[in-house]
Design a protein around this ligand. Structure first.
Ligand code: MN
Length: 247
């Protein structure tokens, strides 16, 4: 009887959903078949001085600012990304990506790296014309940044394997022409500082990703472009831009 009661309590009423459960998005991890489940995607804006300048803003060390992309905007693997709708100015932004593996609230900078599971290389794809129109109108960036497949990311590599890179070349090429070439030591806000900042405002949870910002040299992409990028010591990424899915 006890067994029956136990069974009723724990097994008789499995969670029911009125539609199929959405799939859990995830990234591959180098060296294992196990994957990293993606929860939230935080992105840091204007985190390299030369990029802030090219965007027409003052690169002084004002507090970082953060926006998000949807979890399912993250895609992995050598893949083709359809040219997104409603833009005539799709831009690449190569970025160091931090993968959070432990929960953190109000984390001091000195402990921030203990939250990090690993690192990857991502591209913060941006509909620059929509972003600029939003800026001009005092409206949110959302439509310029948070579109489908806007966050391609490499396989992650665990910090247990590579440590916590504080320097290293970050680069991106389009059709074999180098467009972005900098060093992650030039981040205005370092990885520990960004983690401390976010965790003072939100609860960081395992599965969260942080795109840490892009260096100078951003520019437009067209269908059939081949983009390669990397961060020395972390990894590389390669994607192609395909035709629009929206016609
Ligand atoms: Mn960015």
């Amino acid at each position: 009887q006890l067994a029956q009661a136990y069974d009723r309590h724990y097994n008789a009423t499995p969670m029911n959903y009125v539609i199929n459960l959405p799939t859990q998005n995830s990234l591959p991890v180098r060296g294992t078949e196990a994957r990293f489940p993606v929860r939230r995607v935080y992105c840091v804006g204007r985190n390299y001085e030369a990029h802030a300048r090219e965007m027409g803003t003052d690169p002084t060390r004002e507090p970082p600012f953060i926006f998000q992309k949807p979890t399912d905007a993250v895609i992995s693997g050598a893949t083709s990304i359809p040219y997104p709708p409603q833009t005539r100015n799709l831009h690449y932004e190569i970025e160091l990506v931090v993968a959070i593996g432990r929960r953190g609230v109000n984390v001091p900078e000195s402990e921030a790296l203990s939250l990090v599971y690993g690192y990857g290389v991502g591209i913060d794809l941006t509909r620059r014309d929509l972003q600029q129109a939003a800026k001009d109108g005092g409206k949110p960036w959302e439509w310029g940044k948070a579109f489908d497949k806007s966050a391609p990311c490499s396989a992650l590599v665990p910090a247990d394997v590579i440590g916590h890179p504080a320097s290293g070349r970050i680069w991106l090429s389009v059709n074999d022409v180098i467009k972005q070439d900098a060093d992650i030591s030039q981040l205005i806000w370092s990885v520990p500082e960004v983690i401390a900042f976010i965790s003072a405002s939100m609860v960081l949870e395992p599965g969260d990703l942080v795109f840490t910002g892009t260096p100078a040299g951003v520019g437009p992409l067209l269908p059939a472009d081949r983009i390669q990028g990397g961060v020395d010591g972390v990894g590389t990424i390669e994607v192609c831009i395909g035709d629009s899915e929206h016609g």
